[in-house]
Design a binder for this molecule. Structure first.
Ligand code: DI6
Ligand code: FE
Length: 408
């Protein structure tokens, strides 16, 4: 056997759907890595013999391996803080009131237009470190706090640079249609034209985005405007996804599903017709419990319908300064269970196999099986449910990215 290294004394939550055990679990398991990929995985007793003097052996002390966590929805490149708006909300103002009064997303836009790339990079790097320490190995990062061509490009470049300089892989999403900038307050169609005819071509030309997103909501873009943006992005070769049904039911999810969206995100107000549309197109439903929690929302996403129609459920942090200033993918496992009543296994699927589907990387990531990329974590836990159950003492002991130990 010419492996690079071998793991023993571990249990493995493979999340492999072909393994019918909960979590696709293998007790008393072993795993071998070769050239950044999983070369062998199974029960320890079946591990082929190998030369222990030649191949390094890691011992997991009876802990659990899981796939590296994937956070499929973040806005982690931004400047400034919105703690003042948090205080305003505690005094009675709503998220929508603040947005309508020119605060909200627009206040972060002002801070991002003023910040230089180096400053944004450093802020992003610290946040990426925080996620990485808790086992995240792949993250999606959106623009959307520029709302002019120059600043949208700056944010996407910073996100791409973060991916090059950090072991965490970064998928980038162009979110020019996140909010209406003050310059276009009375000309939303004009802004949509700018997104489609100026920003999008620039983003495509420089190869800065893997996907495009928009915010379909009564405080942002209506259904027609959103459809125009997503159609243009799709025609330009990007994957598409959508912030939909967060504060009201606008029909955005069904429209995005028809266009072949990878995911629709938030979806507290999604109805059964919308759920059926997702099922028909294989679109994932991304739940963002951090935003639900932080905005003290009460409308719970239609979890039971998603289960009935077998829509892949994703769980992500939505980390951003306004609606989810919580930089922890791990905490989202807990919140998805406590706030949305997901099972811990569903929550873990939401940050592994299903998150990989939402990002279109499920051929290589999200499951531990032979031939998959060797991105995995060792956790000091006695059952995988512990990842969702408890929070505060970080159980992440080691992270392996592309077969290399990157965090201990
Ligand atoms: N929905 C969200 O949760 C974030 N964007 C969006 O469309 C919030 C962004 C913010 O408040 O800064
Ligand atoms: Fe978001």
């Amino acid at each position: 056997m010419s492996w690079d290294h071998v793991w023993i004394d571990v249990n493995i939550a493979t999340m492999d759907p072909t393994n019918s055990a909960a979590y696709g679990a293998i007790a008393d398991a072993a795993l071998a890595v070769k050239d950044g990929k999983i070369a062998w995985i199974g029960q320890r007793k079946d591990l082929p013999e190998f030369d222990v003097f030649d191949i390094p052996v890691y011992r997991g002390k009876g802990g659990w391996l899981t796939p590296g966590l994937i956070d499929a929805h973040t806005h982690l490149v931004f400047a400034g803080s919105r703690a003042n708006e948090f205080e305003m909300r505690l005094e009675g103002a709503s998220y929508e009131d603040i947005a309508r009064a020119g605060g909200g997303i627009i206040s972060t836009v002002k801070a991002c237009r003023e910040a230089d790339a180096a400053e944004l990079f450093e802020l992003g790097r610290q946040r990426l470190n925080a996620l990485a320490k808790e086992g995240v190995t792949t993250v999606e990062i959106k623009s959307g706090y520029g709302l002019d061509t120059e600043t949208e490009i700056k944010l996407l470049k910073v996100a791409r640079e973060l991916g090059k300089h950090h072991h965490v892989d970064v998928k980038t999403t162009f979110l020019g249609a996140h909010a209406i900038p003050p310059e276009f307050k009375d000309n939303v169609e004009g802004y949509v034209d700018l997104v489609i005819n100026d920003m999008l071509p620039a983003v495509i030309e420089q190869g800065l985005a893997d996907a495009a997103d928009a915010f379909c909501e009564n405080i942002a873009f209506n259904l027609d405007q959103t459809e125009r943006v997503l159609t243009a992005a799709k025609d330009a070769g990007l994957e598409i996804k959508l912030h939909a049904e967060q504060l009201s039911n606008m029909g955005g999810s069904a429209m995005a599903a028809k266009l072949g969206a990878k995911s629709v995100d938030h979806i507290e107000y999604l109805d059964e017709a919308g759920v059926k549309a997702l099922a028909a197109s294989g679109t994932c439903a991304t739940l963002l419990p951090g935003a639900f929690y932080f905005l003290r929302e009460t409308q719970v996403p239609p979890i039971e319908l998603l289960r009935q129609h077998q829509v892949p459920i994703v769980v992500a942090s939505d980390f951003n300064p306004g609606s989810s200033p919580i930089c922890s993918t791990l905490l989202m496992l807990n919140m998805a269970c406590t706030l949305f009543r997901l099972t811990p296994e569903e929550a873990l699927k939401g940050t592994t196999i299903n998150a990989a589907k939402a990002l279109g990387i499920e051929q290589n990531l999200g499951v531990l099986s032979e031939g998959m990329q060797a991105d995995f974590c060792l956790w000091d836990i006695t059952t995988p449910a512990q990842l969702a159950y408890s929070y505060g003492v970080n159980p992440c002991k080691e992270v392996i990215k592309n077969g290399q130990l990157v965090h201990q």
